[in-house]
Design a protein around this ligand. Structure first.
Ligand code: PDD
Length: 283
């Protein structure tokens, strides 16, 4: 039976619940991580834990337990659910308290973990191009915190789905692409330069993004971290999107306009291959 972890207990998934006055439920006063599982390993585990710690500290929520303990729970949850390929979801809310805006003091954070089985990473499936649409970025100004306040993302993904697109790339008031509803955005410019937006309070510093930059640097390939406009993206040679759940997906159309020749580009496919290799277990 599928099980979930809630505050010290492993429960049947269907019965796992938190209190109605959990602040995650009432105020989105909670943060989360999604970590890919390949061959039974959590991909970029330390990077995800670093970001979890940072999100919590920005909101003055204590870590619910040590990293070591988080690891033990994660491993046990994967074991109980017999998951070798899939994803792990971790959510920490400030805790439960009578509804009142200011952060209550001295309450216990709520820790929830769930795990989901997914198909193993498959280069051929990943290499299929997807479409994106562009939408206004209507989010708050602390997108660097991985909070569960995901309504703008949910609205964006719903619009993308209705338009037959895989993702919605969000655009700020200056016409620059910030990031996807649930992914980071990348282009290879008309001059062949790999570009992804610099990190600041307006985007989430993606862990997949960080790993791609490292893999690219290790290959001796160059890149630029800077904002790019919708027009530059539409005139780009290649585009792609990255996240822990979708890994890397080539983007072949933006708002219906073909990117490059309308097919997944060589640099994107090269990075996808590097990423696939990176996730293979090492001896
Ligand atoms: N989303 N930007 C946003 C707004 C995201 O929600 C995500 C991930 C990313 C990519 O980050 P990472 O490479 O660390 O997954 C960028 C997760 C997968 C989700 O909400 O399901």
């Amino acid at each position: 039976m599928r099980s979930a972890y809630v505050n010290g207990l492993y429960l049947p998934h269907g019965q796992a619940a938190v209190h109605i006055e959990d602040r995650g439920f009432q105020f989105a006063d909670a943060v989360y991580e999604v970590i890919a599982v390949q061959h039974g390993h959590l991909i970029d585990r330390e990077g995800h834990f670093d970001r979890l710690e940072r999100s919590l500290s920005e909101l003055d929520i204590p870590m619910p337990m040590t990293r070591r303990a988080l690891n033990v729970v994660a491993a046990e949850l994967l074991r109980r659910n017999s998951i070798r390929f899939g994803s792990l979801y971790i959510q920490v809310s400030r805790g439960t308290a009578p509804r009142d805006f200011p952060f209550p003091k001295d309450i216990q954070p709520t820790l929830v973990m769930t795990a989901k089985r997914l198909k193993p990473f498959d280069f051929t499936r990943q290499a299929v191009g997807v479409n994106v649409i562009t939408i206004p970025d209507i989010r708050w100004k602390r997108c660097d915190i991985k909070s569960v306040g995901l309504l703008a993302g949910a609205m964006g993904k719903t619009r993308a789905q209705a338009a037959g697109a895989f993702e919605a790339w969000q655009v700020d008031d200056a016409g620059m692409i910030t990031e996807g509803a649930a992914s980071n955005a990348w282009i290879v410019t008309a001059d062949g330069v790999l570009v992804t937006r610099h990190t600041d309070a307006f985007i989430l510093a993606g862990i997949t993004r960080q790993t791609i930059l490292k893999l690219v640097a290790d290959e001796g390939l160059g890149f630029e971290e800077r904002a790019f406009s919708v027009a530059e993206a539409k005139g780009a040679r290649e585009a792609f999107t990255s996240s822990s759940t979708a890994f890397i997906r080539p983007v072949v159309r933006i708002d219906g306009d073909a990117v490059g020749d309308g097919r997944p580009g060589p640099l994107c496919l090269k990075i996808l291959e590097l990423y696939g290799r990176y996730m293979e277990p090492r001896a």
